[in-house]
Design a protein around this ligand. Structure first.
Ligand SMILES: *[C@@H]1O[C@H](CO)[C@@H](O)[C@H](O)[C@H]1NC(C)=O
Ligand SMILES: *[C@@H]1O[C@H](CO)[C@@H](O)[C@H](O)[C@H]1NC(C)=O
Ligand SMILES: *[C@@H]1O[C@H](CO)[C@@H](O)[C@H](O)[C@H]1NC(C)=O
Ligand SMILES: *[C@@H]1O[C@H](CO)[C@@H](O)[C@H](O)[C@H]1NC(C)=O
Ligand SMILES: *[C@@H]1O[C@H](CO)[C@@H](O)[C@H](O)[C@H]1NC(C)=O
Ligand SMILES: *[C@@H]1O[C@H](CO)[C@@H](O)[C@H](O)[C@H]1NC(C)=O
Ligand SMILES: *[C@@H]1O[C@H](CO)[C@@H](O)[C@H](O)[C@H]1NC(C)=O
Ligand SMILES: *[C@@H]1O[C@H](CO)[C@@H](O)[C@H](O)[C@H]1NC(C)=O
Ligand SMILES: *[C@@H]1O[C@H](CO)[C@@H](O)[C@H](O)[C@H]1NC(C)=O
Ligand SMILES: *[C@@H]1O[C@H](CO)[C@@H](O)[C@H](O)[C@H]1NC(C)=O
Ligand SMILES: *[C@@H]1O[C@H](CO)[C@@H](O)[C@H](O)[C@H]1NC(C)=O
Ligand SMILES: CC(=O)N[C@H]1CO[C@H](CO)[C@@H](O)[C@@H]1O
Length: 660
């Protein structure tokens, strides 16, 4: 008996676990009908039958396929992209991809490969991208060279490769990207480099710590980019790259490695090669003077992010080809310390995340007549009177980022010096605006203005005056007096706005005509406020817009407001305390009829009645009012009642006559 019970329990357990496995089987996500599937991390041991034969893009990562062979994917002959990341693949047998003519990307990252057959990659007509990252490869001979004539990118990062010498028969002529990040390559010989035939290659040796390069190894070669990040002795690189040409050279350091400081003498090596863009981020300089720049004169981009700089030397010469300069994450006290004068052609300047409070000084960038983009975000800048004296002379500036700074005071026409501004980002910087005037006056070209979380005084109706061409206004996180947007408000001066963000403004209501001047609006975000249905009236003149009302306080939407919603193109009503009782039945019916207009359906749920709390609105079935049967009984009842009345009246009349 006890045995029987035991067996029964065991059987139950087995069937339960079997069920789990089969139910797992079913959950590949079909991201695009019959074409794109995601089967990531489902514990699968084979391709599920649910996948269409026409599948083209398949993410099969994090499953279990220790061996793959010609039958494994044979059904999916139209595959173009196959991701097999971390499937514990050890063996890839002959002709595994034989029938996959279209396959162009194969990801084998994170598989402990022991064997790949000579013909493992035969079949695809144009295999272009092959990922063999973290596969334990120590020798390039391991990769079957057959059929790789069209290979454009080969990713071999995080392996144990020590030599980049490709076998003779390996077709390298079409390679564009060759990535050897984090391997054990310490020496590069002329022969190694000669085994790679293609030109304009992007070659990545990041994290290898190259200790030697044979003289002339890179001579007269042309590269798209070269990355030697994390090399401890950069002299090796500067010497080794003699007579080479590269668009971009990345020599950044990492926090956890101790690099030798860069000296001006070392950088002399750059005179013997041709480089367009140089990145030295996170390195230290042993000396930083005008002679540091002696061999940098042909650069068009220089990135000195977090190189511990306090100032730039004043007598730098001949840097007039430089267009982009990145000085972020350094330790300047004042903007003048970058001695900008000599970078006369600069169009882009980034000084964000300065590690000290940055003082703007006066007219420090005055000579940068060509500057188009200036990023001064996260610099702890504080100034009671910004920004004309500070930005003096930047007449061609198009984009200015002053977000995430300390409080700034803005007088009227605060950006008069930069009349061609198109993008102005002041987000998360508290602004004190001289009341009654507009700091943005005369910015006729401004298209994008980010005033999110600026603690602005929104009662100033002239705040936004003068912005004739504004298209995008982010005003989120600013508060309105009385928590309401009144009929006359600061938006009236910006009639050209197309995208308006008023989320998280702590609003309780919006008066009916508040948005009347916004004739070109196509997108309004009112999410994360406390609005009720009353405010929907303010949108009645708007048509075909994107409307976000998510995370407000909307419970019931009366029938007379439904046309206002109907005339919009997309509506987000998620995270509202929506009422799913009969008092809201007109809205609930409308909702189901207009599902194509609504977004975030899964987050649009009932809050009331308690029994329906959390149920998606689209799934609610209500029966309100009278049913046909009810109406039938009512009619029968009324009919019988009438007959009864007639009989009663007759009886009373008869009784009366009898007693006359
Ligand atoms: C997907 O495949 C099925 C069965 O082959 C077919 O009925 C359906 O029309 C296909 N859908 C699309 C969008 O191609
Ligand atoms: C593969 O794609 C071709 C061309 O688009 C199509 O004719 C064929 O039916 C597809 N094969 C399968 C098995 O769906
Ligand atoms: C797979 O290979 C085996 C042995 O070479 C062969 O018999 C079989 O026909 C192949 N299957 C497919 C689908 O090509
Ligand atoms: C898918 O392909 C397999 C093998 O090529 C075939 O047996 C099966 O009938 C195909 N299924 C459909 C729905 O076409
Ligand atoms: C670089 O080119 C110059 C002139 O063509 C030549 O004298 C020199 O030897 C070359 N250096 C290397 C390392 O190939
Ligand atoms: C750095 O490399 C250069 C050139 O190979 C060499 O002369 C120098 O001694 C190296 N420095 C150190 C500290 O190893
Ligand atoms: C660089 O700046 C110094 C000091 O302002 C100036 O004397 C020199 O002429 C400038 N050189 C160039 C090439 O602009
Ligand atoms: C301004 O800088 C902040 C922080 O660095 C960044 O998030 C934002 O995207 C930038 N704004 C623009 C318009 O690029
Ligand atoms: C401000 O808005 C612009 C335009 O959408 C955006 O590019 C920028 O990233 C925003 N700034 C911040 C700090 O998020
Ligand atoms: C609305 O947009 C049109 C076309 O872009 C433009 O001509 C018109 O001036 C804009 N209206 C306002 C009030 O800016
Ligand atoms: C709807 O709005 C909420 C809150 O702002 C947001 O999280 C969600 O992503 C929006 N839905 C879509 C589809 O953008
Ligand atoms: C030419 C110029 O402006 N040089 C300045 C460079 O930076 C130092 C440090 O701030 C100033 O003292 C120089 O006047």
């Amino acid at each position: 008996m006890a045995l029987d019970v035991g067996c029964f329990l065991l059987a139950l357990l087995c069937s339960a676990s079997c069920e789990v496995i089969t139910s797992l089987d079913q959950t590949c996500i079909e991201e695009e009908a019959n074409r794109t599937y995601n089967c990531e991390n489902l514990g699968l041991r084979e391709i599920p039958d649910t996948l269409s034969n026409a599948t083209e893009i398949l993410d099969f990562s994090f499953n279990f396929l220790p061996t793959i062979q010609n039958g494994t994917f044979s059904r999916l002959i139209n595959l173009t992209f196959l991701d097999l990341t971390r499937c514990q693949i050890n063996l890839i047998h002959e002709d595994t991809f034989e029938s996959h003519r279209q396959l162009s990307t194969l990801v084998l990252t994170g598989n402990p490969l022991i064997f790949m057959a000579e013909t493992a990659l035969n079949g695809p007509k144009t295999l272009k991208h092959l990922f063999l990252i973290q596969t334990g490869i120590s020798n390039l001979q391991f990769i079957p060279a057959d059929n790789l004539e069209n290979l454009e990118s080969l990713y071999l990062g995080s392996n144990q490769i020590s030599s980049i010498k490709f076998p003779k028969d390996f077709p390298t002529q079409n390679l564009k990207v060759l990535d050897f990040q984090n391997n054990a390559i310490h020496y590069l010989s002329r022969e190694d480099l000669n085994s790679v035939e293609s030109t304009d290659l992007s070659l990545n040796f990041n994290g290898n710590d190259i200790k030697g390069i044979e003289p002339g190894a890179f001579s007269s070669r042309v590269f798209q980019s070269l990355n030697f990040g994390g090399t401890s002795n950069l002299s090796v690189i500067f010497n080794g790259l003699q007579n080479s040409t590269t668009q971009s050279l990345w020599l950044g350091a990492f926090e956890d490695t101790s690099n030798q400081d860069i000296s001006s003498a070392m950088l002399k090596g750059l005179c013997d090669m041709s480089v367009g863009s140089l990145n030295l981020q996170k390195n230290h300089f042993s000396d930083f003077t005008a002679s540091t720049f002696q061999c940098l004169t042909r650069l068009w981009e220089l990135d000195l992010t977090a190189t511990h700089l306090k100032e730039l030397p004043s007598s730098i010469e001949h840097m007039n080809l430089l267009k982009r300069l990145v000085l972020s994450g350094n330790k300047f006290d004042e903007l003048c310390q970058i001695n900008a004068t000599n970078f006369s052609s600069l169009t882009h300047l980034y000084i964000k995340g300065n590690q000290k409070k940055l003082h703007l000084g006066a007219a420090c960038l005055e000579k940068l007549k060509n500057l188009q983009k200036l990023d001064l975000s996260h610099d702890d800048i504080e100034d009671p009177d910004c920004c004309n004296p500070q930005l003096k002379g930047l007449i061609h500036l198009q984009s200015l980022n002053l977000s995430y700074n300390a409080p700034l005071g803005l007088q009227s026409q605060a950006f008069r010096e930069c009349p061609r501004l198109e993008i102005l980002d002041l987000a998360f910087t508290h602004l004190h605006v001289d009341a009654s005037r507009s700091p943005f006056q005369d910015l006729h070209f401004l298209r994008v203005l980010n005033l999110s979380h600026c603690a602005l005084d929104t009662s100033n109706r002239h705040l936004l005056a003068g912005l004739a061409d504004l298209q995008y206004l982010d005003f989120s996180g600013n508060r309105f007096p009385g928590r309401t947007i009144p009929k006359t408000n600061l938006l009236q001066t910006v009639g050209s706005v197309e995208i308006l963000i008023l989320s998280s403004c702590d609003l309780l209501s919006i008066e009916p005509h508040a948005f009347h001047s916004l004739g070109n609006i196509s997108h309004i975000d009112l999410s994360h406020n406390s609005l009720t249905h009353d405010s929907i009236n303010s949108l009645s003149h708007l048509k075909e817009i994107y409307l976000n009302l998510a995370a407000n306080n909307i419970g019931i939407i009366p029938a007379h407001l439904l046309p206002v919603l109907s005339q919009q193109s997309t509506i987000n009503l998620s995270q509202n305390p929506l009422d799913c009782t009969c008092s809201n039945v007109r809205f609930l019916t409308w909702y189901k009829e207009n599902l194509q207009k609504l977004e975030s359906l899964e987050g649009t749920v009932c809050a009331n009645p308690p029994a329906l709390r959390g149920v998606e609105l689209s799934a609610v079935q209500l029966s309100c009012g009278m049913t046909v049967l009810g109406i039938f009984f009512l009619i029968v009842f009324l009919f019988l009642f009438t007959i009864l009345l007639i009989f009663a009246a007759q009886y009373i009349l008869r009784w009366k006559y009898q007693h006359i």
